[in-house]
Ligand binder design. Structure first.
Ligand code: HEC
Ligand code: HEC
Length: 388
């Protein structure tokens, strides 16, 4: 079936060919149904939903007037609280012939490259950042990594449609895209970088990251218990291996191997996302049908719209709508919440607003858990070598 063209302010979605997702017999017509009625039904019921603090990497809600502390410029200075020899000692990672010290790893103005063969040659903007920022510049690869896989506290940027990528930079520039948590420092840095980039930088970066297909590196595990954690730079890190703390409705996403991912920024060392038991099944229904159910032979409309309608049959993106499958669930929840709260309000946001308007925190968790699990990392991936 060739279905539905959706038009929203500023964006047009080309007709969608419904997918080969035959697992649920009714998926196709339920999706069409939910598209027709879901958009009409939605109204911002969830605008007052509490912030999913874990997704932003905080433990307590922001206080009125809270602002992000500006991030320090990249630096090669030795840290006073650490042994100098340890900071300058050259290190290696498996499979790479490169050698870098902690000073190199931390120098966001000169992005390191463990695996040059894993990506096209990096343009200057990816390595050094916008010229206009001088010594405060950071290369895009310092946060998003040379492969664009990003990390839970920033964003996965490889495989994004070029037009979508450029629109996001414009939204950061204009202030149309902000974080619902005013304390999140790196989103503020991102906006500063967007304003400092030339249009040529933006095009080059969009094409560089867009040319790399998205490949997954987040393993999803349903569980009641998670390891106890600490938060460093808005990222959760395990303080012990055993799982003893209640997951309490959250998603807790952390490096599979802290030293590899955090200490060395090894772009082959992935993440594990612990999600509540039952979230994958619940998320599947919301994602595939919009949450439509059939009670006593009657169709009960869902609270959202089937994501395949716009994000493509396998949720890997369609035209200028970004892929979401297999990407960081913390990132996905932040974006859905930012859209719901009107903090992300660029020209194409109106297409997503009815989708998130009626979703509560548990729905966001279930949706993100399922969407991430759709593209699991390969079983033999180095990202899963060192933990259970
Ligand atoms: C200090 C870390 C940092 C650096 C350096 C950085 N970014 Fe970002 N980027 C972020 C954060 C944080 C977000 C948004 C995450 C959020 O608010 O949830 C983001 C989001 C994005 C997005 C939106 C992705 C999406 O799926 O919507 C794009 C595009 C992007 N960055 C491009 C760039 C480019 C190009 C550069 C290099 C000039 C760059 N970034 C450098 C932190 C960074
Ligand atoms: C009517 C079309 C439409 C539907 C249905 C839809 N989306 Fe979207 N979605 C979009 C568009 C368009 C964007 C990009 C918005 C922009 O450019 O700012 C987007 C963006 C997103 C983003 C942010 C991605 C990023 O990289 O930052 C997430 C997450 C998302 N959608 C999740 C979902 C989920 C989950 C569903 C199903 C429950 C869904 N969407 C259904 C159109 C849609």
């Amino acid at each position: 079936m060739n279905a539905v063209a959706v038009t929203g302010s500023g964006s047009e979605i080309t007709p969608v060919k419904y997918p080969s997702l035959q697992r649920l017999g009714r998926v196709r017509w339920l999706a069409a149904f939910s598209l027709t009625f879901g958009l009409i039904a939605a109204r911002a019921a969830a605008a007052g939903e509490p912030e999913p603090l874990w997704a932003y990497g905080f433990l307590t809600p922001p206080a009125p007037g809270d602002k992000a502390a500006p991030q320090a410029s990249p630096s090669r200075d030795l840290r006073k609280n650490e042994d100098p020899g340890e900071q300058t000692r050259l290190r290696h990672v498996e499979g790479s012939t490169a050698a870098y010290s902690r000073v190199d790893v931390r120098d966001g103005g000169h992005v390191i490259d463990w695996f040059p063969g894993d990506h096209p040659p990096m343009p200057r903007i990816i390595v050094n950042g916008p010229v206009a920022m001088g010594t405060a510049a950071r290369g895009c690869g310092s946060c998003h990594l040379p492969t664009g896989k990003g990390r839970p506290e920033n964003a996965p940027v490889s495989g994004l449609p070029v037009a979508y990528f450029i629109r996001q930079i414009e939204d950061f520039r204009s202030g149309a895209r902000q974080s619902a948590d005013p304390r999140k420092p790196n989103t503020v840095t991102m906006a500063t970088l967007a304003r400092a980039m030339t249009d040529e930088d933006v095009r080059i970066a969009a094409e560089y990251f867009g040319a790399m297909p998205w490949t997954p590196w987040t393993r999803v595990v349903e569980t009641d218990l998670v390891p106890r954690t600490r938060i460093s730079g808005n990222l959760f890190l395990a303080i012990e291996k055993e799982r003893t703390e209640a997951i309490a409705g959250r998603i807790i996403e952390m490096p599979e191997d802290e030293e590899q991912a955090e200490g060395l920024r090894n772009p082959r060392s992935g993440f594990v996302a612990y999600v509540p038991i039952g979230s994958l099944k619940k998320g599947e229904n919301l994602v595939l049908t919009g949450g439509v159910s059939v009670t006593d032979g009657k169709i009960v409309p869902g609270k959202t719209t089937a994501c395949i309608t716009c994000h493509g049959p396998d949720l890997k993106g369609l035209a200028d709508v970004p892929g979401i499958a297999g990407r960081s669930p913390s990132y996905l929840v932040r974006q859905m919440y930012d859209l719901q709260q009107g903090k992300r309000k660029g020209p194409s946001a109106p297409l997503m607003q009815p989708v998130v308007a009626n979703l509560n925190g548990d729905d966001l968790v279930a949706i993100a858990a399922y969407v991430t699990s759709l593209v699991p990392p390969p079983a033999n991936s180095p990202s899963v070598s060192s933990r259970n």
